[in-house]
Design a binder for this molecule. Structure first.
Ligand code: MG
Length: 507
């Protein structure tokens, strides 16, 4: 008899983190958890890209007359995960600040008989069947690789200081392939998908006990409570699904949770598309077809092309790219083609005098109060790459600055977490100079914390990369010895060393 799913999903920031970079999705045919990384905004975006892409696939499949099953479903799911990876690459190419973003993906598409599972990273899928609780996915983490080699126990891995280091995530890199496979299910099974905010803190024995609670909502509640009780140091995302006979009524609507509910995915710039003209035409043409200098904004857009067009030095705009110039607005066009008659000179002079007199009166009346407000207004921003406190209004009047630098603090903006960098670069208003000092003190703490986190993550990633290189060399050497001992044996390909990406967390 065909089977169906009843699902529940939950995602939360957790009691410690400041924002939720996890996303999740659950429908009658697709379960998904994505744990984003790369700092605020970037991590949110990465997990949202995964959810948005796979949710779109789920909707597409629901509209198809003959839903794919088995291997065909697995192929469709895998292809869409690769498309999500390409979108991450395009977004990063468009916005350098997103460099380093990535996401885990654990996705299970259901065809009524089995799950097609695509998995990369350290989010997990478990299956509970008749009292037996088993992990379906294999973590792509540094500590898991040490467990696989027998150099760490599972218990040691659970508390290892570098347990969050990942060897593979979806981050736009072309060769980070996910694990794929088909998992059979039966009526009565329950499956759990979760981010490491749960399974990184609560061991499998406790998870099994809570997943076995018959009421699905109560089971979910206990899982969340267990993650909190274990410190709640990370975002927590959980998808639970019961496998039931299809003739039982199914009431669940698709659910999206976490960052994907609020994150907007930017449009990828056309710069990443194929160039519409022959690169040979991108010669140094500094003037347009009529011999006029190319406007700077058009030239800069053309120069941006070189970011994505290797081997091409774009130093100016070719005639063929004149369409990069922003089109004239309708108003501009009206003004150009329907000029209004000029007023007579005398009337025009009188009008100017009256306008100036009114403006001066308004300015004089307003300036007394404005000066007092100006003196007591402060905001925090950046000055030459350092956090700075300004007095006055956060605006300029033409070339006049309506503010004055009060203090430049010894806190480099680049050392802050991405979220605080964004706040400082955008500037934020404070109530008083005292508040400004308090904010700067908080920023200094954040900078110190992030410097330490980044240094530790870089060191751990370098160690992991070095260890991977050493293991690859050892394996190559072992195979060479084996080959010389038995030349007729079929050689096994040696895995390439892995370049480990440091995980900066919120930093
Ligand atoms: Mg996490």
């Amino acid at each position: 008899m065909p089977l169906a799913l009843r699902t529940t999903a939950h995602s939360e920031v957790g009691p410690v983190r400041k924002n939720n970079q996890d996303s999740g999705y659950a429908s009658a045919h697709l379960l998904l958890v994505a744990d984003g990384m790369g700092g605020a905004a970037a991590g949110d975006l990465a997990s949202s890209v995964a959810v948005t892409q796979l949710r779109a696939l789920d909707e597409e499949l629901s509209a198809e007359e003959d839903r794919p099953t088995g291997e065909e479903l697995l192929d469709r799911l895998t292809a869409r995960v690769h498309e999500a990876n390409e979108l991450l690459a395009d977004l990063t190419a468009d916005e350098p600040r997103l460099d380093g973003m990535g996401t885990t993906v654990t996705a299970a598409a259901f065809d009524g008989q089995e799950f097609a599972v695509v998995h990369i990273g350290d989010s997990r899928m478990y299956r509970l069947r008749e009292g037996s609780f088993a992990r379906v996915t294999h973590d792509h983490s540094w500590v898991q690789s040490l467990v696989d080699e027998g150099r760490l126990t599972t218990e040691q891995a659970a508390t290892h200081p570098h347990r969050s280091l990942l060897l593979r995530v979806l981050n736009g890199a072309p060769n980070n392939d996910p694990d794929i496979g088909l998992i059979d299910v039966a009526a009565g099974d329950r499956v759990l998908l979760c981010s490491d905010g749960l399974c990184g803190l609560v061991d499998d024995v406790d998870l099994a006990r809570m997943v076995a609670v018959p009421d699905r909502q109560e089971s979910l509640r206990r899982l969340v409570a267990a993650a909190h009780a274990a410190g709640g140091s990370d975002n927590i995302t959980i998808v639970l699904a019961d496998v039931v006979d299809e003739d039982e009524p199914i009431e669940s609507e698709p659910i999206t949770v976490g960052a994907a509910t609020t994150t907007t995915i930017p449009h990828v710039s056309e710069r990443t598309q194929e160039l519409p003209i022959d690169p040979a035409e991108l010669a140094a043409v500094l003037v347009d077809a009529e011999g006029n200098p190319v406007p700077e904004d058009v030239a800069s857009q053309a120069r941006a092309l070189e970011v994505h067009s290797q081997d091409i030095e774009v130093s100016a705009v070719p005639v063929a790219t004149a369409t990069f110039a922003p089109p004239a607005t309708t108003e501009d066009e009206d003004a150009r083609y329907a000029p209004r008659p000029e007023p007579p000179p005398a009337r025009r002079a009188l009008g100017v005098l009256v306008s100036v007199a009114i403006a001066l009166a308004v300015i004089a009346a307003a300036s007394i109060g404005t000066w007092a407000v100006w003196r007591n207004s402060y905001f925090v921003g950046a000055e030459n790459g350092q956090v700075a406190i300004y007095r006055g209004f956060n605006a300029n009047l033409g070339s006049w600055h309506l503010n004055k630098l009060v203090e430049a603090e010894p806190v480099p903006v680049a050392d802050l977490s991405p979220r605080f960098q964004e706040q400082v670069n955008d500037t934020f208003t404070v109530e008083s100079l005292q508040d400004a000092h308090a904010s700067v003190a908080e920023l200094a703490q954040n900078a110190e914390h992030c410097r330490a986190v980044r240094a530790a993550a870089d060191e751990a990633a370098a160690a992991a990369t070095e260890e991977s290189r050493r293991l690859a060399e050892e394996e190559a050497k072992r195979q060479a010895e084996q080959a010389s001992a038995s030349p007729s044996a079929e050689p096994t390909p040696v895995a390439a060393p892995i370049q480990v990406v440091p995980d900066y967390g919120d930093c």
